[in-house]
Design a protein around this ligand. Structure first.
Ligand SMILES: [Zn+2]
Length: 240
C-alpha cells in the first residue's frame, strides 16, 4: 500500500461519498440538510460549507469530489456540500421561496429591501430577490444557525463564486495561507454592502468566517486548481 492509498481512494472508488453524515434540518421543499462528519464528530475545528447560492454549484462539486477522494478516517472537518439544496437543483441563487439566504441572517444591518444581484457577471446588479420577510425567516437559515450554535466551530470556510478572492475580515494567518496556496488575493472586505449576510452576522457574533470566492472557471478547472489545497483543509493540515 503506497502512502497515498492510506489517505485517498483509488479513482475507481471515488463515485460515492462514504463519510458519516447527519441531517441537521430540512429545506422548504423537504430536502435533507446534510452535514458530513469526521470519525469522532466532536473532534473538529473547521466547518467547510458550499452552495449557499444554489447557482454556484462549482463549490458543491469541489467539496463533493474532495469527500469522495479522502478516506473517512482522515477527515478532520465538518463539511456541508449544499446549504441551499433546493436552489442547487433548481439552479437558482435563491431558495424555493425566492430568498437570497446570504441576506437572511439576523445581523444588526438586516434590511427588508430587495436584494439585487448580477444575472450575468458582466452586467450591473439588476435582478431582484427577497432577503426574507424577516431575518432568519427561512428554514435553511434557522437550521444553519442552530447547527453553528451546537457545534461552535473555531472557523468556517464558505465557498462562493465568482469574485476570485479570499475574504477574511480578520486577515488571519489561516486566511493568508489559504490565499497563498490558492493564489487568490486576500481581502478584508468585498467592497460593497451586504446587509443580513452570513459574513456580517458571523463578525457580530465573534465567529471566524472566511469566504472563499472561486474564480470564473469550469468545474474541471476549479477542481484542477484547488483540489490539493482543499484536501489539506479537510485533513486540517492548516494551522493557525
Ligand atoms: Zn455566492
Amino acid at each position: 500500500m503506497s502512502h497515498s492509498d492510506q489517505f485517498f481512494y483509488h479513482r475507481s472508488e471515488r463515485g460515492i461519498i462514504r463519510h458519516r453524515s447527519q441531517v441537521y434540518g430540512r429545506s422548504i421543499l423537504g430536502a435533507p440538510l446534510e452535514l458530513f462528519l469526521p470519525p469522532d464528530p466532536a473532534d473538529f475545528d473547521t466547518l467547510v460549507i458550499a452552495g449557499h447560492h444554489g447557482s454556484e454549484a462549482e463549490g458543491t462539486v469541489l467539496l463533493s469530489s474532495m469527500l469522495r477522494t479522502l478516506k473517512p478516517a482522515h477527515l478532520r472537518c465538518g463539511v456541508i456540500t449544499a446549504i441551499n439544496p433546493d436552489g442547487l437543483f433548481r439552479g437558482t441563487r435563491c431558495n424555493a421561496a425566492g430568498v437570497d439566504l446570504n441576506r437572511n441572517f439576523p445581523s444588526s444591518d438586516w434590511s427588508p429591501n430587495p436584494v439585487m444581484y448580477r444575472f450575468n457577471t458582466e452586467e450591473p446588479q439588476n435582478t431582484r430577490l427577497s432577503p426574507g420577510i424577516h431575518a432568519a425567516s427561512e428554514p435553511e437559515t434557522v437550521a444553519l444557525l442552530e447547527l453553528i450554535d451546537r457545534l461552535r466551530p473555531k472557523r468556517i470556510l464558505s465557498l462562493h463564486a465568482p469574485l476570485a478572492c479570499i475574504d477574511d475580515p480578520r486577515l488571519s494567518d489561516y486566511g493568508r495561507r489559504l490565499a497563498d496556496e490558492t493564489n487568490l488575493p486576500l481581502v478584508g472586505d468585498v467592497g460593497y454592502d451586504t446587509p443580513g449576510s452570513f459574513g456580517t452576522w458571523a463578525n457580530e457574533n465573534d465567529i471566524h468566517l472566511i469566504t472563499v470566492e472561486l474564480p470564473v472557471a469550469s468545474q474541471q478547472e476549479i477542481r484542477n486548481l484547488y483540489s490539493q489545497v482543499f484536501l489539506k483543509v479537510m485533513q486540517e493540515k492548516f494551522q493557525d
